[in-house]
Write a protein that binds this ligand. Structure first.
Ligand code: GAL
Length: 747
């Protein structure tokens, strides 16, 4: 070996370890002592945990020998916190404790003193509330002297798990010191955005959660990722009061691929804080003032069952709506735009809908199939879970129903209003009948309120003794519950496995999984109204292969969604296997939408999924023929979210009557291309860029079904973009999509 080569390797050997022995700035906590049960004495540092087992903090305790345990437990971490940590920051005042997530509720103590909590324990006077997916970051003020430097510190975490996985399960919990600017963040909920023709302006809102004033300068640059160029830059002297906020105005082009990069420099410490704002941009063109009929073109009902159909129509008001050729038994309320009644005789009926105003006239044929099938297109509407969690109540649900109509969403086909967990009484009546808790004083009144607007009413239960939220489940009372729901006027049931798992054999067979759903299906089918049946068992035993056999109209294919790109992407990556099983009346459900403001009963915040990721989310769910169930606070609908949810051409892909879900035809180099066959002969094509930065992909060769020379239409922008050539490249922002239709429609 030549000398210089040897010298190079020697230097590696000697230099690298030195570099590694540099002061550690992050302390990892991959494991902890663990015991089930509850005792507040366990919070004390001197508590003897020597007999406790040691568990990994990277997977839930069910996977480490505590199968099916729900209830209280404690984790205890023994950590030496080196004083050298204090040299790793410029501002030496706060210890940061990052716990990642704790399923479902935690209360955390450092050396015996409580330093943070998330969720509500069952004995909480406000009621139990899970925050299983919440990210816990707690700060300890070093002035409290709670930290024992260079000595054993005990961090004790009291945990409650309501159902499913429990305890620590996600990323590595860590300790580190915070910088002065770590309490600073861009609050998207309070940032005000105004959309102009080509530009947008925003008052970006910066909040400071540390009790220390920040004085410094905010630099920002507008970066165009499509052109890889900085378009403009600026700065503003900035003072953010302790626990206060400040605003920074910006303006930038309103188009795909724009990022605003912020750098705040604190004058006293020199600490720089970076943040990137993925700028929102509207793709759906302004709604036409001419009349237009939207929404599902086919409706399924059983003979004699009540029908509610709200005509979805847009255009300048006043709009004159008509529904003609109605079969016997149906009437039309022109003021509300609602068809209701029931049809006794089986058959395929064609109802003619029309909408007219001073600018024109539109017509649409609605095909009503009276037979055995429901949900002939995927249900569209709203569910309470992602916004309110267990804190849902009747007033909130009414407000959502009002908002569906007043915001205009109902005019684009969003009509289900589904109550998730949290409506049930604590006990059944003596005769076994279920009732509501105080938050829902009058279910029948509530459903009447929805029906009169032509909206549909959904409810939730579990086949086990308890729901996931620890409310009453339907075990042993299936028929009785179905009867009660039918009396209340329920149109939709989400049936969530949860505690039923505890009643199953250790290695449940397919039949064990099917049974509870079959039992409930029979109870629903015996009602004299139609109740869409939604299975929620997270995809166990490939439910997409048999969900329809037990009467499922839809079935969850995954665990719970959350408003992070990581989870949305995980869900996307798992959908290809179930896609071929979607068909009219039977849909795969990749879970509810995480757009707008969500919060699961905790603090409502704008979805952390970026604008491009939200375009991906809605596009892919539509390609998949997935149920579109909003989970947001509808009474605060911001312009971006409204624009995202009212694109009739996108929604028409979801609601296409052929009912075929897209197939993934290309999955390489962080690109996905999904193609869905539409009833009119066109293909809907989604080209998704899951890689870094703005990228381009030539799609002409990817799928033989995409005929060269076929006309293409940009679905979000609702405009033709020429014909497919060999050279055509889809230009797609990071984590974004280009959604096309390819081909000509045959009528
Ligand atoms: C989960 C379910 C959620 C929500 C929740 C209610 O199991 O996946 O969507 O329904 O239970 O407790």
């Amino acid at each position: 070996m030549a000398n210089y080569v040897r010298a190079f390797f020697l230097s590696l050997i000697f230099v690298l370890p030195l570099a590694h022995s540099e002061v550690q700035s992050v302390i990892e906590m991959p494991s902890a002592k663990f015991a089930i049960g509850d005792d507040m004495a366990r919070a004390a540092p001197e508590f003897d945990d020597s007999q406790w087992v040691t568990l990994s903090t990277l997977k839930n305790y069910e996977k480490q020998g505590f199968e099916n345990y729900d209830g209280y437990s404690w984790y205890r971490f023994h950590v030496n916190i080196p004083s050298s940590l204090r040299t790793t920051v410029l501002w030496d005042h706060r210890l940061r404790i990052y716990l990642s997530s704790v399923d479902d509720v935690d209360q955390t103590f450092l050396n015996g003193t409580k330093i943070g909590e998330m969720g509500q324990f069952p004995d909480d006077s406000r009621g139990y509330s899970t925050r299983w997916n919440g990210i816990r970051t707690y700060y300890v003020d070093l002035a409290t002297n709670l930290v024992r430097w260079d000595a054993d510190n005990v961090m004790a975490v009291r945990v409650f798990d309501g159902s499913g996985g429990g305890g620590f399960y996600r990323d590595m919990p860590t300790l580190s010191l915070a910088e002065i600017t770590d309490g600073l963040s861009l609050d998207l909920g309070k940032t005000q955005v105004a959309y102009g023709h080509e530009q947008f302006t925003a008052q970006t809102y910066w909040s400071n959660e540390f009790p220390v004033e920040l004085v410094g300068r905010m630099d920002y640059e507008v970066y165009d990722s499509a052109a890889d160029a900085v378009l403009s830059s600026g700065f503003k002297p900035l003072e953010v009061p302790a626990n206060g906020s400040a605003q920074v105005p910006i303006s930038a082009p309103q188009r795909a691929g724009i990022e605003v990069r912020f750098h705040f420099r604190d004058a006293s410490t020199g600490v720089v804080h970076h943040e990137t704002y993925h700028a929102p941009y509207l793709l759906t063109p302004p709604e036409s003032l001419k009349p237009r009929l939207n929404g599902a073109k086919v409706l399924g009902a059983r003979p004699g069952s009540p029908i509610y159909y709200r005509v979805a129509a847009t255009g300048r008001l006043p709009l004159k709506l008509t529904a003609t050729k109605l079969p016997k038994g149906l009437t039309f309320d022109a003021a509300e735009g609602v068809i209701s009644g029931s049809v006794a005789t089986r058959g395929d009926y064609r109802i003619l809908l029309s909408a007219a105003n001073e600018l024109g006239h539109a017509e649409m044929n609605l095909s009503l199939k009276v037979g055995d099938s429901l949900a002939l297109t995927p249900p569209m509407g709203w569910n309470s879970w992602n916004a309110y969690g267990l804190n849902v109540n009747a007033d909130k649900v009414r407000a959502v129903a009002d908002a569906l109509v007043s915001s205009g969403l109902a005019a684009h086909g969003w009509t289900y209003v589904n109550i998730d967990d949290g409506w049930e009484s604590a006990k059944r009546h003596a005769d076994g009948r279920i009732s509501t808790n105080a938050k829902f004083p009058d279910m029948k009144g509530l459903s009447g309120y929805l029906h009169q607007k032509g909206l549909r009413f959904g409810i939730y239960s579990s086949p086990g003794p308890e729901t996931c939220g620890k409310f009453l489940g339907s075990l042993g009372h299936e028929r009785q519950d179905a009867d009660v729901w039918a009396e209340w006027g329920v149109d939709y049931l989400k049936y969530d496995l949860c505690s039923y798992e505890l009643t199953m054999p250790k290695e449940p067979s397919l039949a064990d999984h099917q049974k509870p759903y079959q039992v409930m299906h029979d109870a629903l089918a015996a009602q004299s109204r139609d109740i869409v049946f939604s299975l929620c068992q997270y995809g166990s035993k490939d439910v997409w292969k048999w969900g329809h056999e037990v009467g499922g109209n839809l079935w969850r294919t995954t665990g719970d969604i959350e408003d992070t790109w990581r989870i949305v992407k995980e869900i996307i990556d798992s959908q290809n296997r179930s896609a071929p099983y979607a068909q009219p009346g039977h849909w795969n459900d990749p879970d509810m939408l995480v757009v707008g403001e969500v919060g699961w009963g905790g603090d409502l915040h704008p979805s952390r999924v970026t604008p491009d990721e939200q375009y991906t989310h809605i596009s892919l769910w539509s390609l998949l023929a997935a149920p579109l169930l909003l989970g947001n606070e509808l009474t605060h609908l911001d312009p971006f979210t409204k624009n995202l949810l009212t694109n009739d051409e996108v929604l028409a892909i979801d609601q296409d009557v052929l009912g075929h879900a897209a197939q993934r035809v290309y999955h390489q180099d962080d690109w996905d291309v999904w193609v869905r066959e539409l009833a009119d002969g066109r293909k809907a094509v989604g080209i998704f860029n899951f890689g870094k930065g703005f990228r381009r992909l030539n799609i002409a060769q990817l799928d033989p079904a995409l005929a060269l020379d076929a006309p293409m239409r940009d679905v979000w922008r609702q405009r033709p973009i020429g014909r497919l050539t060999r050279e055509f490249e889809a230009a797609v922002p990071e984590h974004g999509v280009l959604l096309l239709t390819v081909g000509s429609a045959h009528h």
